[in-house]
Design a protein around this ligand. Structure first.
Ligand SMILES: [Co+2]
Length: 448
């Protein structure tokens, strides 16, 4: 989910002129560290054989099989993901053996961390949290790879969003329908499906009839959380080759940001690295060549428990923000490229909301607002939600109450963020853990 640069901070930005059509930075063959083979059949085949080989002599081996057959009355556990994805990821990876993200060793003055005893101890203390992030990341990978295969022009945005959300809820084992269930695990924030000039925070509200078109560029940005540990990761889909360079620019820029990030690194330097890569690209669309610009008022961000936007930002243009990345920080590194102004504004109907963490204690006079706040507290806490999530909980006619919570500063509205009409924008995003011993790109997959 995108963080928007506050206007105050934006004034301080020293934005470079686009460095022209500089030579392309070498494409960085991003390693695909994650994704262990999780779909290979394993020892359960033995059960299968046992089940079939009913009659026959009872050799020692057969006896053993027979013994296994007894436990067969329990339902056979699947060992591969289904299509659509419905198999619990905790069942595919029992005992918290979730695949690691891409682990990148620290360099230079931080090289000692790889083997340092104290840092390893600190790292071990966080094992449970790290497992929650890996669990959420594996759900994200499995659902998004299914989405990448199945999303096609002609589908409605509603069916695309629901397909992703049904997958995430099934794979975490939390439908989110019973009170408090969505707080245990599930969607970390709503499925953003932002098209063309819209860069972020668009998801259909009830009754939306929008259909994905062949010529569209769609950002798919969704979050998965387990016990409040949110993995925030996004990719872009296009169906025409003329957009390849736009997508390549943004993927490359995000990987540059991921590479640059580390303990003691200043976020402004990360922004400079991102912008340099991003703006070394150009893209030809319908016969016109455009420079790819970093969208200067969007940025990455830290992630805190149950809170998608922490206190630190990662600019995607050069800036003199001297804030340091620190040990233990979790960052969403996300970049946005545009053929338009490289600047977004609020546009269209709002769908995304989140309760403010340190909300003012206002005496609400509107009973519908009070009632709705209770629903939000019990089901989402400070996790972002969208109007569809209220609909599926059976809430009706809540808009007045919702707007009242927004105007009282208790809930924040996140309207869609769009560049100028006719432009195209793309996004890629990864979540990284700055563990004491190693940087873990938790959401890395063999797709991006
Ligand atoms: Co984000």
């Amino acid at each position: 989910m995108a963080a928007q640069t506050p206007t105050e901070a934006l004034k301080k930005l020293s934005v470079n002129d686009a460095p022209g059509a500089a030579e392309k930075a070498g494409s960085n063959g991003a390693p695909s560290g994650a994704n262990a083979e999780h779909d290979e059949d394993s020892d359960d085949d033995a059960d299968e054989v046992a089940a079939q080989g009913g009659a026959g002599g009872e050799s020692g081996a057969a006896k053993k099989k027979k013994k296994k057959k007894k436990s067969k009355s329990k339902k056979k556990k699947p060992t591969a993901q289904s299509d659509p994805p419905r198999v619990l990821v905790s069942q595919l990876f029992p005992n918290n053996t979730y695949p690691h993200g891409e682990e990148v060793e620290y360099l230079d003055e931080n090289r000692f961390r790889t083997t340092n005893e104290e840092k390893r101890h600190l790292d071990n203390i966080n094992n449970d949290k790290t497992a929650d992030f890996r669990h959420a990341a594996e759900v994200h990978r499995q659902v998004r790879q299914w989405a990448q295969k199945n999303i096609k022009p002609g589908q409605t945005l509603t069916e695309i969003a629901e397909g992703i959300e049904d997958g995430v809820r099934a794979l975490t084992g939390h439908s989110g329908l019973e009170e408090g269930d969505a707080l245990k695990a599930g969607m970390g924030f709503p499925t953003g499906l932002s098209i063309n000039h819209c860069a972020a925070h668009y998801t259909p509200n009830a009754g939306n009839k929008m259909v994905l078109q062949q010529g569209d560029v769609m950002k798919v940005d969704f979050g998965v959380h387990v016990n409040g540990s949110i993995v925030d990761s996004a990719f872009t889909m296009a169906f025409e080759p003329q957009f390849d360079n736009l997508l390549a620019a943004v993927k490359d820029a995000t990987n540059a940001g991921v590479r640059e990030a580390g303990i003691d690194v200043r976020v402004g330097e990360v922004g400079a690295a991102i912008q340099e890569v991003m703006e070394s690209y150009e893209v030809e669309i319908n016969g016109t060549t455009y420079p790819v610009k970093s969208i200067r008022n969007l940025n990455g961000h830290t992630i805190l428990p149950y809170s998608i936007h922490g206190t630190k930002s990662v600019p995607i243009v050069k800036s003199n923000d001297m804030t340091k990345m620190e040990e233990g920080d979790v960052f969403a590194v996300e970049t946005f490229g545009s053929t338009g102004n490289g600047y977004v504004h609020d546009d269209m109907e709002t769908s995304h909301y989140a309760r403010v963490g340190d909300a003012p204690n206002v005496a609400l006079r509107l009973s519908s607002a009070k009632q709705l706040l209770n629903v939000i507290n019990k089901n989402f806490g400070t996790l972002p939600f969208c109007r569809r999530y209220l609909d599926r909980l059976g809430q009706e006619k809540y808009l007045l109450g919702l707007n009242n919570l927004v105007s009282n500063g208790i809930v924040e509205a996140y309207p869609p963020l769009c560049d100028k009409k006719g432009s195209y924008t793309a996004q890629y995003e990864h979540t990284i853990l700055l563990r004491p011993t190693v940087k873990e790109v938790i959401s890395r997959g063999d797709d991006y």
